[in-house]
Design a protein. Structure first.
Length: 351
């Protein structure tokens, strides 16, 4: 059985191992022990009662294989982005120029550096170890974040966004960075990613040009990847769109990956989940429909993917093992739940 829970200090070694597998371009998971310790402490604070009052929070969760106790995946929510340090994006927009004398009108696409997502809630850090990837795994990790938002709506902003990794070549290089970012920063793509992860974004405001960049003046290789997700992130983008997220022209400053957004109350998993009574049944089996189920307890938060069945009285029938794994009250358990259908075509492994 698979269980998602907040990360904790005992996960440090597994998290460091995950960072080494993630690869290039994922700023939220650097292979740096100090950064992980800070993230774990921030997560403990966020899920505490005091964390509910914080404008910013890190809700970093891990996917645990209960048989081995090993951490095999990650997923996270970040609230109040841009409040402590600028959260930069490029906004793709169109400038229109015209000349009456020549009877000519021209349109030009431009990239403008903006901070429009300041204060929003971001979902990210979705990753599954290669040997554990199978249909439905990424969907579970992705949607668990939205079940968390439904459980604790007061902790999250009105707008939810996701920043997808941009397209990279077989060497792990970003065509947009090589043809744009490198010209202003003079460092490799991965060095820029690591600097953001470990030191913040001040160097961006120091060196990045403040005026719009005309896309048509960039080489074709750079133009072609603006708004294009990394191959490993494309399934995650598909899942987010199915949840109601839309691309509105924002892309990552370094690799041009697309950002998508949605009002939190319109995210399908938030909108369609239910909170109600759970009852133990002794004839639940793997042949029953799968449900995502959360315990709603911020101090011991758990989300599971488990077989269940709706009873005629409207309660959700689950196994005793599910109740115990979720840490639910045996006498009068209540939980949030939503049906889960595995996608047999594609599965997200990174976002």
């Amino acid at each position: 059985m698979l269980l998602i829970r907040p990360c904790q200090m005992s996960d440090l070694d597994d998290l460091m191992a995950l960072s080494r597998v993630v690869g290039r371009g994922m700023t939220s998971m650097p292979a740096d022990e100090a950064a992980w310790l800070q993230k774990i402490e921030a997560t403990e604070r966020a899920f505490s009662d005091d964390g509910e009052k914080d404008a910013m929070g890190t809700y970093f969760m891990v996917l645990e294989d209960q048989k081995s106790g090993r951490i095999i995946g990650t997923t996270a929510i970040y609230t109040g982005i841009g409040l402590d340090r600028p959260f930069y994006s490029y906004k793709v927009s169109t400038l229109v120029s015209s000349s009456n004398e020549l009877s000519v009108t021209r349109q030009a696409r431009v990239l403008s550096m903006v901070n429009d997502y300041t204060g929003a809630t971001e979902v990210g850090s979705l990753f599954v170890l290669p040997e554990f990837r199978r249909p439905g795994m990424g969907q579970f990790l992705s949607r668990a974040r939205f079940l968390t938002m439904a459980d604790f709506p007061q902790r999250f902003g009105e707008t939810v966004m996701a920043e997808l990794r941009g397209w990279q070549d077989e060497k792990g290089d970003s065509p947009l960075w090589e043809n744009l970012g490198r010209q202003f920063f003079g460092i490799d793509f991965q060095d820029a990613v690591n600097t953001v992860a470990l030191k913040g974004t001040q160097f961006i405001s120091d060196l990045m040009p403040k005026y719009p960049i005309y896309i048509d003046l960039l080489p074709e290789a750079a133009r072609d990847v603006i708004g294009k997700p990394n191959d490993s992130s494309a399934p995650a983008l598909h899942m987010l769109k199915k949840e109601g997220f839309q691309f509105t022209g924002y892309v990552d400053l370094f690799d041009g990956g697309p950002s998508v957004q949605c009002p939190v109350n319109e995210v399908h998993t938030v909108r369609d989940s239910h909170y109600g009574q759970v009852r133990i049944s002794y004839d639940i089996s793997e042949s029953d429909d799968m449900y995502m189920i959360s315990n709603g307890n911020s101090n011991n938060y758990r989300v599971m993917l488990a077989p269940a069945r709706m009873a005629s009285d409207g309660s959700l029938m689950v196994s005793r093992e599910t109740v115990e794994s979720l840490g639910l009250n045996h006498t009068a358990p209540n939980a949030r739940y939503i049906p889960f259908k595995r996608n047999q075509q594609a599965h997200a492994v990174a976002a």
